[in-house]
Design a protein around this ligand. Structure first.
Ligand code: BES
Ligand code: MN
Ligand code: MN
Length: 472
């Protein structure tokens, strides 16, 4: 049956990529209100396709924000139920002038498809859908499947979190299969076992009642941008340590075995600096490796400072207010509420005179580390071994997928994070891409992962031994 499915996938590769391109043409930017209708259009596009391939009970589920897309196929009694997750929303495409081809006109170059959402996450979501299509062509699915896709992942995922909390009975499953992460290196089978959480905030500084002439009032009126810069400068020290009191209290370090495993990953700092970061040096907390700093330590970043005069030319003004978008990434042992409270109290103590500051929470998500001593991780490991003929590496991701923690907390099921992005895919940046070859290969690999038929004896000692030290 798998052979028939793989043959279908191979024969329909061009078709699948064309469909993906149509999906990518819909600018489903969840954070921009003017794109709300496009986000819904993407949801409908996905639902139509799930219907067409033979999934059942396909429907849009309304939330306080963008809709969820649900589908199921539950005809394998006695077999496990897999909840397939991906998100159909994307990040804004700016800065537009750095794209070599338009972000919503998917373009093939050098074996890649360039478009916003190519890998994060429409391309990967499409892999799941195409895997299901091929398996359905070959006969009834070997396992029970539910599909749950959201259109708000990139803005914190509040809608899906509420739905999970209120409807966990309707989502009964044994495992969540999340396709929204990446391979550690090309052709290196990878499972992601941890994600950072985050709080995304806005810091607003207010000074004078209204904007003022900077010649008439400069010297007497407080400048909120200067005040904001002073505040931001006190959030981190020169070496990259976060200065918010107590911020590092209670952090759970990775186990010695996990840290040891990271050391044997094929990672070269200099290559990473050169090809992925492109800065003159790497920065960050002293005493930790790059992988520790990006996977297992909290960070604080400033994303933008809107306000004042930013147009071409010059305007002499003291703005009445200034804004900064500031986020922290959280690791196990930290909670969004506690982190936000600490940030807010600290900012109050460093607020310069003459201005007032408000810190607002925009969205948040918990950090997560998933257990690996379950048959689904074993199945995924074996499946990837069958396809790549290599041992799977277990990594964490520095990014966040807020709902993943809720799969454990609300549905009480493990998550398998099997993603097929590549390290240089430019997520959230100009020229985001999906390597076309990955699409087909990954598709086949996804099929393989669906092979799990409840026969644990098929999973050999190889992966079990290697997983031993991840048990928690
Ligand atoms: N798919 C990413 C997260 C990711 C990337 C995990 C690479 C592991 C490896 C996801 O779409 C994302 O970007 N999430 C946002 C979440 C936030 C806005 C709540 C993020 O991490 O910034
Ligand atoms: Mn994503
Ligand atoms: Mn993303």
């Amino acid at each position: 049956m798998l052979e028939a499915a793989l043959a279908f996938a191979e024969g329909n590769r061009a078709q699948a990529l064309d469909e993906l391109k149509n999906f990518l043409r819909i600018p489903s930017i969840s954070t921009l209100p003017e794109h709300t209708p496009d986000v819904r259009r993407a949801a409908e596009f996905l639902a139509d396709e799930l219907r067409r391939i033979g999934m059942e009970n396909v429907r849009l589920i309304e939330t306080s924000g963008h809709p969820l897309v649900y589908a199921d196929s539950l005809h394998a009694p006695g077999k496990p139920t897999i909840l397939c997750y991906g998100h159909y929303d994307v990040q804004p495409p700016d800065p537009l002038d750095e794209w070599l081809s338009p972000p919503f006109e998917p373009t093939e170059r050098n074996g890649n498809i360039y478009a916003r959402g190519a890998v994060d996450d429409k391309g990967q979501l499409w892999m799941e859908v195409k895997a299901l299509e091929a398996l359905l062509k070959a006969g009834p699915l070997p396992v029970n499947v539910r599909v749950l896709s959201e259109g708000e992942e990139e803005v914190g995922g509040e809608g899906i979190a509420t739905y999970l909390r209120e409807h966990h009975e309707e989502l009964k499953c044994d495992v969540a299969l999340v396709c929204d992460t990446e391979l550690f290196a090309p052709d290196l089978p990878t499972l992601c076992v941890g994600l950072r959480g985050m709080i995304y905030t806005e810091i607003e500084v207010r000074g004078a009642r209204t904007d003022l002439h900077s010649g008439m009032y400069g010297g007497a009126a407080p400048n909120p941008f200067v005040a904001l810069a002073q505040v931001i400068a006190k959030l981190k020290d020169d070496e990259g340590r976060i200065l918010i009191p107590g911020i590092y209290d209670g952090i759970e370090a990775p186990t010695a075995a996990e840290l040891e495993a990271w050391k044997s990953l094929p990672f070269d700092e200099e290559h990473y600096r050169e090809t992925e970061v492109g800065s003159s040096v790497l920065t960050g907390e002293p005493g930790y490796s790059v992988l520790e700093r990006t996977w297992a330590r909290p960070t604080l970043d400033v994303h933008g400072m809107p306000g004042g005069f930013t147009g071409a030319g010059a305007k002499t003004v003291i703005p009445a207010k200034a804004l900064a978008k500031v986020s922290l990434r959280l690791v196990p042992g930290m909670t969004p509420q506690d982190t936000f409270d600490k940030l807010r109290s600290y900012v109050a103590t460093i607020t310069p005179k003459g201005v007032s500051i408000e810190v607002r929470l925009i969205h948040s998500g918990e950090p997560v580390v998933v257990g690996t001593d379950n048959p689904f991780i074993h199945a995924a490991t074996e499946a990837m071994h069958a396809v790549f003929n290599k041992d799977t590496v277990f990594v964490r991701g520095g990014g966040s997928i807020p709902i993943v923690g809720d799969f454990a907390r609300q549905l009480h099921v493990p998550a398998v994070m099997m993603g097929f992005g590549l390290p240089d895919d430019n997520l959230h940046a100009p020229n985001e891409k999906l390597t076309s070859a990955t699409f087909t290969a990954a598709q086949n690999r996804s099929f393989a992962s669906c092979l799990w038929r409840g026969d644990e004896s098929a999973f050999q000692a190889r992966s079990l031994e290697r997983l031993e030290f991840f048990k928690r």
